[in-house]
Design a protein around this ligand. Structure first.
Ligand code: HEC
Ligand code: HEC
Ligand code: HEC
Ligand code: HEC
Ligand code: HEC
Length: 507
């Protein structure tokens, strides 16, 4: 207490005497040390030198904790000391339980101002560090790597996705405080599970507590906007020596628009989301893959129910309790964590890198190597690379010697196929986390559009005509089509009946 003048007023001298206790001393030390640590940490963080998420967690959780703990310990120590002295009778018994602060005493006034000044400094330091902490914990790097093994599948897929610059929290938490608070509590529970090793493998999907897409996706993908039709060229490759290709060009009737804005463009988005249609469904499984009952409510309030053939009509209590209102996630359930099967991922590689099609049996061998069982993800990546290299060395030694660079690239790409698709430690792959877009390896759209969802009264089914969702411009061509020469039909008719029977005016 050397900063205080020699001749203290009696009140301040008493305070200084009470401050001489172990708790206050420890508090003082703790606050000073963590304060200095926090300053240094914030400067390093500001310079971008804190890379490791664990160091970040340490810096941003423990240092402010120590700082605040110390600050609290100091007055508590003083208070306890004073109470003890009072009880022991060292202080006059008429000393009240709480001290009187007399601001007419110049010393008290100055001491108070010093404390006030320091409090402002402390508040700034704490506010800065909590802002940095929130920013840090919201970073994909933190979310994706803090419990590395657990998040490895989602983080890997994320890094390879169109959303790799969108933060995890923008989809998982979204704006506003309520979901943030909820997610932090959820986070605590998850950290506990990771520490005990009791988390589920794979992490279950769908995420039943996910925030409705309205509050997340729609912040960036403006609902009323018309996406137009989307041309999609899909290359598939056979298991034969030549990796024989088969190309399909689809014109997806994506569509969109908003009734309120007087725009209605028809198409997929229009029908399920924007036409003021509401589609609700009941699934018989937790993963929402088997649909039993679907209900369409049109803008005029008319309701049409569809029931899976052979299924019993659900009780109205079950509908009230469990029916889910369809939103973006019911189709785009893998917008950023897409786990393709090794076969589909190899197709994508061969479609993008035509040179690799010259490697005999490439498709067959990569799929075979990726489907073998490996103890860990890392062993799998190395194992697939070795298997492909070994295959060409053994079965095509001339090629392996003459085209060493191509073979090496093939082996590397094969390793990446595995890296993106199979996660043995978390038991995560295209089967555990199927995509709901399409109807190729998982039921997807055909969960409802398979022709077996019938309206009991009219006998109408949810449409499954092949041209309902996409035009098929090229159907299984062996030569890569020139997309600039395709005859593209006119976009989906803009004036369409909307199940009210009426045909609306064109915008
Ligand atoms: C573009 C939006 C988006 C971004 C960005 C995003 N996610 Fe997701 N994530 C989703 C959706 C949607 C689901 C739910 C899928 C479902 O319910 O079927 C999901 C599910 C998950 C799951 C549950 C398991 C699974 O695969 O379904 C985990 C774990 C996860 N995300 C982690 C992350 C992490 C870590 C990041 C950042 C590195 C991240 N997510 C970024 C949209 C996103
Ligand atoms: C923070 C903004 C943001 C959020 C939130 C967001 N997206 Fe996106 N999304 C983008 C951007 C930007 C692209 C375009 C990326 C590109 O073209 O490279 C995109 C692309 C897409 C695509 C096209 C992907 C492709 O293969 O071409 C789909 C589908 C999509 N988002 C769905 C979703 C869904 C579903 C959600 C909610 C779970 C979501 N997005 C949340 C910004 C966002
Ligand atoms: C009934 C299923 C379904 C629903 C519901 C749905 N989408 Fe789509 N969406 C598709 C299909 C199919 C495509 C085209 C294939 C693709 O891009 O993967 C698509 C394409 C997209 C694209 C890419 C457009 C382009 O031209 O590149 C974006 C972005 C997108 N959807 C966002 C959303 C958002 C946001 C929602 C929720 C408001 C939503 N979708 C709801 C099925 C759906
Ligand atoms: C939960 C059930 C469900 C799923 C899943 C679903 N749909 Fe639908 N879809 C419906 C219902 C119900 C209708 C309205 C049926 C009618 O026309 O009577 C509809 C209508 C449509 C229409 C308009 C048909 C018309 O009459 O012109 C298109 C296009 C469409 N869906 C595409 C898709 C695509 C693409 C997917 C997958 C990405 C998909 N749907 C997934 C329930 C579903
Ligand atoms: C309810 C909507 C819907 C109906 C009905 C539908 N499809 Fe599709 N189909 C899709 C969507 C969505 C995709 C995925 C396109 C993508 O990957 O972007 C797709 C993908 C495909 C593909 C590419 C598969 C691949 O290799 O990835 C083919 C081929 C195809 N459809 C053919 C058909 C045929 C034939 C029919 C009639 C039996 C049909 N579709 C009916 C929505 C539909």
């Amino acid at each position: 207490m050397t900063i205080l003048p020699k001749s203290l007023s009696p009140a301040l001298a008493r305070l200084a005497a009470y401050a001489k206790n172990p708790l206050t001393a420890v508090g003082f030390g703790l606050t000073t040390l963590s304060g200095i640590g926090l300053l240094v940490f914030l400067i390093l963080e500001g310079l971008g030198l804190v890379e490791n998420p664990y160091v970040g967690l340490l810096g941003l959780a423990f240092l402010p904790g120590g700082f605040v703990g110390g600050l609290l310990a100091m007055p508590v120590g003083i208070f306890l000391r004073r109470r003890k002295l009072r009880k022991r009778g060292v202080l006059a018994t008429d000393v009240p339980l709480w001290p009187r602060l007399d601001f007419n005493d110049g010393h008290i006034r100055r001491a108070f101002l010093i404390v006030l000044g320091l409090t402002v400094v402390n508040a700034i330091l704490l506010a800065t560090s909590s802002a940095v902490a929130v920013e840090f914990m919201d970073s994909p790097k933190f979310c994706g790597t803090i419990c590395h093994k657990v998040m490895q599948p989602e983080y890997t897929a994320y890094q390879n996705s169109p959303h790799s610059r969108v933060k995890c929290v923008q989809c998982h938490i979204g704006p506003g405080a309520s979901f943030m608070v909820r997610s932090k509590f959820d986070g605590l529970r998850q950290v506990w599970k990771v520490m005990l090793g009791t988390y589920a493998r794979p992490i279950a999907s769908p995420v039943h507590t996910l925030r409705p897409a309205r509050d997340t996706c729609e912040g960036c993908h403006w609902p009323a906007k018309h996406y137009g039709d989307k041309l999609h060229l899909i290359g598939r490759f056979a298991d034969d020596e030549k990796n024989t290709p088969s190309f399909t060009a689809l014109l997806l009737k994506t569509g969109g628009g908003a009734r309120a804005a007087g725009q209605q463009h028809g198409g997929i988005h229009w029908w399920h989301i924007y036409a003021d249609n509401r589609i609700r469904y009941l699934a018989t499984d937790k993963r929402r893959q088997e649909m039993a009952w679907v209900e369409l409510t049109t803008a005029d309030g008319k309701q049409t129910e569809f029931l899976r053939e052979g299924a019993k009509p659900p009780a109205s209590a079950a509908i009230a309790a469990e029916a889910r209102l369809m939103d973006c996630i019911d189709c785009h359930n893998r917008p950023t964590h897409l786990f393709e099967s090794p076969a589909r991922e190899t197709d994508a590689v061969l479609q993008r890198q035509a040179e690799l099609r010259a490697l005999p049996f490439y498709k067959r061998e990569v799929v075979k190597a990726a489907q073998a069982s490996y103890a860990t993800h890392e062993q799998g990546v190395a194992g697939v690379r070795e298997a492909i290299r070994g295959f060409y060395q053994k079965s095509y030694p001339d090629l392996a010697a003459g085209q060493a660079v191509l073979v090496a690239r093939g082996a590397e790409e094969a390793a990446r196929v595995y890296d993106r698709t199979v996660f043995p430690q978390m038991n995560t792959n295209s089967k555990t986390h199927p995509t709901n877009i399409g109807h190729d390896e998982s039921p997807g759209c055909f969960r409802c559009h398979d022709g077996n969802m019938k309206n009991a009264k009219t006998g109408e089914t949810i449409p499954n005509d092949c041209e309902t969702c996409h035009g098929i411009l090229v159907d299984g061509a062996t030569a890569e089509p020139d997309l600039t020469k395709l005859a593209i039909p006119q976009p989906v008719a803009e004036a369409k009946t909307d199940h009210t029977g009426a045909t609306e005016a064109k915008p």
